[in-house]
Each structure stands twice: as structure tokens, then as C-alpha cells.
Design a protein around this ligand. Structure first.
Ligand code: NAP
Length: 352
């Protein structure tokens, strides 16, 4: 049985395979196809081989094909995951393997009027913070120079905000930055570098402050579900989270290309719900037939964003939290493959 939503997408009750999951995550909305039709030039995705990039690249290619266009869709990355480069090429995405910390490698990238920037480093910051700063601020400087005539949608993070009182409903785009810890500080650095070049060259850019993308192979929901299933304790100090289905993130990222501006536009990207981690674990407990184990108690503050501006611009997300919970619980029960990349959403001191 399927159910529809206002975007006209048919979504299944449960997802049974990675092929089905990838198809849903890379499904372009009609509005995305229309955006792609209006854009001049090719589309380049930098940092394409991470958790989000592969489905985003496929979505862009499908939108281009659906619009009947001959635009090139190019993905560049180190391609640390074996086989991914070939998979993307099979889907019609051109690939360039490069380490963007090596300056001369940027010269090998093709020109593109549209760039989606997804390069980043988070985990391992405590062990090698200079590398995190280099990836998160030096590469943006080199990319800004190289693509100063392009429009660039930059994946940023809600971590640039401080923890806010849960009662506030979350930080909105006017909330002053207050990044906690070096990873978050370097992410604000990433924005500031793009902003500097936007001011200097008129580079048209836009920051997507995302927290947290969810699909079945990784994400906050999977982290909580796995802990409930294994009987591992769930730390409640970071007691509330925002989440958004990654397919919605992908569509928003492409549609944002039309909104790039100088000075930069900023958009919080997440779902409308403030999700209680305790409630989430209890929902998973009911679906997985397990009793969740908790430690600590909810703090009065949490990493929360208010994404009202995003909903005004692009409409509400097409997948609800309840739907995501059912999909994730089923994925855990059928032992679906995971990326083994926990989000560490429970971190309260900014140390990753
Ligand atoms: N996923 C989320 O929920 C979330 C939440 C908030 C913000 N974000 C932001 O959104 C962006 C994309 O998210 P993600 O989860 O897909 O990130 P990710 O899994 O960490 O992917 C980062 C990408 O950057 C590439 N990269 C890193 N260093 C590079 C270098 N020197 N040269 C070339 N490529 C390099 C990686 O390539 P290889 O893998 O091939 O090494 C990978 O493709 C990130 O910047 C992150 O800050 C994501």
C-alpha cells in the first residue's frame, strides 16, 4: 500500500531495499525539475561522495533528464568509498577524483555555473583540529576564488548556533552565531570565508544550515533505534533534536541555487518538529518490542533550529517524523545495511 503527499510523490509504507531507498532519496520534485530548467550552465557537486552527495547527484541527474536538458552533472571528491565513483558514473554523473586541499587539483575541475558545496570534516576534530580547520576553511577560500563567477549553495550546519532553550522553539536565521567547540567554530569559519569572497567579488552564495538529515543507513533516528534494539543506554542530556528526510534536503539544495545572492542568503534546513529523544526511543521501543534504557536527564537547552523560512520558501517537508520512524524501525528489523557512521547527536560540549 502507498500513500501520497501534496507533492504528488507516492511513498511506500515500508522500504525493503537500498535500491528502493536510493530511488526515493533521489526523486526530484516537479519544482526541482522546473528550477533546473531555469538554470543556465552545468551543475558541479563538490564533496559528492559523503553521506548526502550520492543521492543528491542522482537527483540532479534525474531532474536534468526529466527536463529534457543536456546539462552536465559532475561530482568531485576524494572517493574514499570503493565502488561509489563507478556507481555514480553508471547513473550518468560525471566524476572527478581529487583532493581539494591540493591547490593545483582545483584547476582540473571543469567550469560550472552552479556549484553545490558539500565538502566538510567533523569526526576526528579532537584528534586533528588543524586538518578540520584546513578542510572547513582553506578549501572554501580556494573554491571561492576558482568559482567566483558561479553561484554556490554551501552546506553549512545548525551547529553554528549556540545551544538554545528548548522553550525558544530553536534558533532562527537572525540568532547570532555561537558555535560550541572547534568543529562548529570551523563551520562558522567556512561560512565567513564564503561571505568574505561574496563581499569581495560579488560571489553569489547561500548557506544551508542543516541539522540533521535522516535516511535509513545513518542519522539520529537510526542511532536511537539501534540503541533501543541493542539495549544500550540513551543519554538524554541532549534531550531534543530536529530532523529532516534527506530526500527533502536534496530537493531544497537544488532549488536553493536560484536564491544565491551577494551578500549570502541563509536558510535553516530541518523539520518542523522539536523531537523529544525520550519520546523517539519510546516509539522505537514499541515498534521493536524493546524497553529503552536511559541515562541522565534532559537539559533545558539543545541544538535546535527554527526552519520557518525554509517552509515559507519551499513548503513543508514531504516525509513526516512518524513515517521516518516506521521506515527506520523496519530497516533495523530486516537488518538493512548501515554506514556505521553514528551522528554523535548526544554530544553537549561540541567535542567531536
Ligand atoms: N549529514 C548531515 O546530517 C549534516 C548535518 C549538518 C551539516 N552537514 C553538512 O553537509 C555537508 C555534507 O554532509 P555529509 O553528511 O554528506 O558529509 P560527509 O559524509 O562528511 O561528506 C563530506 C564530503 O567531503 C569530501 N571531502 C572531505 N575532504 C575532502 C578533500 N580534501 N578533497 C575532496 N573531498 C573532500 C568527502 O570525500 P570522501 O568521503 O571521498 O573522502 C565527502 O564526500 C557536510 O559539509 C556537513 O558539514 C551534514
Amino acid at each position: 500500500m502507498t500513500w501520497g503527499n501534496k507533492a504528488g510523490h507516492q511513498l511506500p509504507d515500508l522500504i525493503e531495499s537500498e535500491a528502493e531507498l536510493d530511488e526515493i532519496l533521489s526523486r526530484p520534485m516537479q519544482e526541482t525539475v522546473e528550477t533546473v530548467s531555469r538554470l543556465d550552465g552545468d551543475i558541479l557537486i563538490l564533496g559528492v561522495s559523503g553521506k548526502i552527495g550520492p543521492t543528491l547527484a542522482r537527483l540532479v541527474k534525474r531532474a536534468v533528464d526529466k527536463a529534457g536538458l543536456r546539462k552536465r552533472v559532475i561530482g568531485a571528491s576524494r572517493f574514499s568509498t570503493p565502488g561509489l565513483k563507478e556507481e555514480l558514473e553508471k547513473a550518468g554523473v560525471e566524476t572527478v577524483q581529487c583532493d581539494l586541499l591540493e591547490e593545483n587539483q582545483l584547476d582540473n575541475l571543469p567550469d560550472a555555473s552552479n556549484v553545490i558545496y558539500m565538502v566538510g570534516r567533523k569526526f576526528g576534530t579532537e584528534e586533528d583540529s588543524p586538518l578540520t580547520w584546513a578542510v572547513n576553511t582553506l578549501i572554501p577560500a580556494m573554491v571561492s576564488r576558482r568559482f567566483r563567477r558561479s553561484r554556490i549553495v554551501v552546506f553549512s550546519t545548525g551547529n553554528v548556533y549556540p545551544l538554545v532553550p528548548v522553550s525558544s522553539g530553536g534558533a532562527d536565521e537572525s540568532t547570532p552565531p555561537g558555535p560550541l567547540g572547534e568543529y562548529a567554530q570551523s563551520c562558522l569559519g567556512r561560512e565567513r570565508i564564503f561571505e568574505y569572497f561574496s563581499n569581495k567579488y560579488g560571489l553569489k552564495t547561500l548557506f544551508l544550515r542543516l541539522n540533521y538529515a535522516v535516511e535509513l543507513r545513518y542519522g539520529v533516528l537510526l542511532d536511537v533505534a539501534e540503541r533501543v534494539f541493542e539495549g544500550s543506554p540513551i543519554d538524554l542530556r541532549m534531550g531534543y533534536v530536529n530532523v529532516i528526510w534527506q530526500g527533502d534536503v536534496n530537493n531544497i539544495a537544488v532549488r536553493s541555487l536560484e536564491l544565491c545572492s551577494s551578500p549570502p542568503e541563509i536558510i535553516n534546513v530541518t523539520g518542523p518538529e522539536i523531537v523529544s529523544v525520550r519520546w523517539l526511543a519510546e516509539r522505537f521501543g514499541a515498534l521493536l518490542r524493546r524497553e529503552p534504557v536511559f541515562t541522565n536527564r534532559e537539559m533545558e537547552t539543545a541544538l535546535l533550529s527554527n526552519a520557518s523560512k525554509c517552509f515559507k520558501l519551499f513548503g513543508c517537508p514531504t516525509v513526516t517524523v512518524e513515517r521516518m520512524i516506521k521506515w527506520v524501525a523496519h530497516w533495523v528489523l530486516i537488518r538493512g545495511r548501515t554506514l556505521n557512521k553514528p551522528t554523535h547527536f548526544e554530544v553537549t560540549d561540541g567535542k567531536f
